[in-house]
Design a protein around this ligand. Structure first.
Ligand code: AMP
Length: 285
């Protein structure tokens, strides 16, 4: 964008006349290709998001579905770290221990991991970061990486419902997809269990398990860890540099997904959230 503004101001000056004549009458876009792609994408609506919120709020559930619908990458640091932990080598064992305690993996390690993932994406590929950043250091570090995000969605849900959801979560050993056996009612809204479809690997007997960090004690620790970091995260430089939205998860996937898809789709998501009429959504955090 800055390149476009510069080009506009140059258009009026004598020294820029030659350049302007070649490319005018429209605005001259002097951006190098990656910046131009980013600017074009920005006019359309953000293509790089952070989904943030407490454990159990549905970051993974919504990030998976939105990324799939838009053909974007879904980068879940929790999933990547769990896979690394399964290796059983000394680093893996250390990671498994940290995850099972509900505490956070060191910032430098997670930043390096995310840096590698972002570098591996095509420059115009959309992405959703799920569960990262989780600390102020991570948030500020993220903005210095190769492809910082353009927007943040801060998700919220009543704490007792978060606990019910985490107690009901079941993960497939084979494809790592999450399901939920909890049957939750929130006011007028009913969130029925999200069970595996027949014929899928998740529906095989014995394929579903409860994550080690979904035990009540560990859930308390994870919620506390989130609360300890949230204020600093919301005051981080990242929040000053990107568009931000707050989303109160008021129902199940069937009710909430259409609004989030509308918000994240670059073709429709540029509108002011306050006027978009998406239930549960407000602009700015
Ligand atoms: P999640 O699957 O997002 O609930 O993450 C599970 C666990 O992985 C967390 O409780 C942390 O131990 C670890 N973890 C995931 N993401 C991060 C992160 N951004 N920073 C530090 N630790 C993380």
């Amino acid at each position: 964008m800055a390149w476009r503004v510069l080009a506009r101001s140059l258009n009026g000056s004598a020294s820029a006349k030659g350049v302007a004549e070649k490319v005018s009458p429209m605005v001259v876009d002097l951006s190098p290709p990656p910046l131009r792609a980013a600017a074009a994408a920005q006019e359309e609506g953000p293509r790089s998001w952070v989904f943030m919120g407490p454990p159990g709020v549905g970051k993974g559930t919504y990030a998976t579905r939105v990324a799939e619908a838009l053909g974007w990458a879904h980068i879940s640091t929790g999933d990547i770290l769990r896979t690394r932990a399964e290796s059983g080598d000394p680093v893996g064992r250390e990671l498994a221990g940290i995850q099972a305690s509900g505490k956070l993996v060191p910032d430098e390690m997670v930043l390096e991991l995310v840096d590698g993932k972002l570098r591996s994406l095509r420059s115009d590929a959309g992405y959703i970061l799920d569960g990262f950043p989780r600390t102020e250091v991570q948030a500020n570090g993220l903005m210095a990486l190769s492809r910082p995000p353009e927007a943040v969605l801060v998700m919220r849900m009543q704490e007792d419902k978060l606990k019910e959801k985490l107690a009901g979560r079941r993960v497939c050993r084979q494809c790592h997809k999450s399901h939920n056996v909890a049957d939750i009612t929130m006011g007028e809204v009913h969130m029925p269990p999200m069970l595996p479809a027949k014929g899928t690997c998740c529906a095989q007997p014995g394929s579903l398990y409860t994550r080690r960090d979904d035990t009540p004690r560990c859930v308390e620790q994870r919620l506390q860890t989130y609360k300890d970091e949230e204020d600093a995260l919301l005051r981080s430089n990242m929040m000053r540099m990107v568009r931000s939205y707050r989303f109160h998860v008021w129902g199940g996937v069937r009710e909430c997904l259409p609004g989030l898809l509308h918000l994240c789709d670059p073709a429709t998501g540029t509108m002011d959230a306050d006027h978009a009429g998406i239930p549960g959504l407000s602009g700015g955090v």
